[in-house]
Design a protein around this ligand. Structure first.
Ligand SMILES: [Mn+2]
Length: 330
């Protein structure tokens, strides 16, 4: 069940056990895995008497605002001036820390806990386990190594982390180990139906309308093998939706019969173009995302790019088409 690199697990556990002040940094636009893993680790370290500050890149989305451990959230300016251990969670590279990269670089000790295949091993200590479906799985194993009790609150955080990154235990990253861990978490008395409803089956009306617009402007190219969705800034303004409410749209496009790759282009509030990729069977979208300075996993990846929407879209779609053709019919 446990992956190799046992010495590495012990080394990271020791670093955290010996730390006194810990800054935890999930990636920007933190999702369920980044937040759940960060709060779980934060709570476990807090239980061990550490001073813990979780610093987010932005305000937390409403879906996750009731996560246990949110009292550990701190503003960047209220962290430790010195002597801290900084832990990046679910973060493939330092770009994904955004402006908080200075907090990371100024720490005495740095740790990188992640499962992205494109991780750049950017810290002094890197615990990158790509076989894990979610950073939450890594945190589960790590807490065992640290002799931390998996409390009900920690179990809830980890369950949210793992269930969101596996699409509710449906994606190809879901393994026997994933279910093993989920069973352990369920045994702590968490309310699975309530968590699932909150995380997967609650949507604002604006978000639903955004999805409707996305579906209306969806285009199929390459004989229906590639689905392209474009969300312009004006649409967010018209509907009053926030950038993170576009989450999940790329997954909807992937469900269309015959589609191998779905790609979502979002004109963000900062003027950059966020590109999300998903694939179904054979295209490694982490390779395509890496080509455009992004990263991710084989079936789910992303990149944030500069430039005009049309120009970015043309370049990205052209690149995808090479992959769809190269690998041939399936
Ligand atoms: Mn993740």
């Amino acid at each position: 069940m446990m992956k190799p690199k046992i010495d590495l697990w012990e080394k990271i556990a020791k670093i955290l056990i010996e730390a006194k002040k810990v800054i935890i940094l999930p990636h920007v636009d933190a999702d369920g895995d980044a937040l759940g893993s960060s709060f779980a680790l934060g709570l476990a370290l807090y239980d061990k008497g550490k001073e813990v500050k979780i610093v987010l890149g932005e305000d937390m989305g409403k879906v996750y605002s009731s996560l246990p451990g949110r009292h550990l959230i701190s503003k960047p300016e209220n962290t430790f001036p010195d002597g801290a251990t900084a832990v990046a969670i679910d973060t493939g590279d330092t770009e994904r820390l955004g402006s908080r990269v200075s907090l990371f670089n100024n720490a005495d000790v740095t740790v990188n806990i992640d499962h992205h295949i494109t991780n750049t091993d950017f810290a002094q200590n890197n615990l990158v386990i790509t076989e894990c479906s979610a950073a939450g799985e890594i945190i589960f194993h790590l807490l065992k190594k640290m002799d931390s009790e998996i409390t009900r609150d920690i179990a809830e955080c980890l369950y949210i982390a793992i269930s969101t990154d596996t699409g509710g235990f449906r994606y190809s990253n879901t393994t026997a180990d994933t279910f093993f861990i989920a069973a352990r978490l369920a045994s702590k008395g968490i309310d699975i139906a309530e968590i699932s409803k909150r995380v997967f089956e609650t949507i604002t009306l604006q978000k639903l309308r955004l999805r409707a617009e996305a579906v209306n402007n969806l285009e199929l190219v390459a004989g229906g093998k590639v689905a392209v969705v474009t969300l312009r800034r004006s649409l967010f303004e018209k509907l009053g939706t926030r950038d993170e409410e576009a989450d999940g749209i790329v997954n909807i496009a992937r469900t269309i019969e015959g589609v191998e790759v779905s790609v979502l282009f979002t004109e963000t509030a900062t003027g950059k173009i966020k590109v999300n990729f998903r694939s179904n069977d054979y295209v490694d979208v982490s390779e395509i995302a890496s080509y455009f300075s992004g990263g991710g996993h084989v079936r789910a990846a992303g990149s944030t790019m500069e430039g005009k929407l049309e120009t970015v879209r043309e370049a990205v779609v052209a690149r995808i088409l090479e992959y769809v053709r190269d690998t041939g019919e399936k």
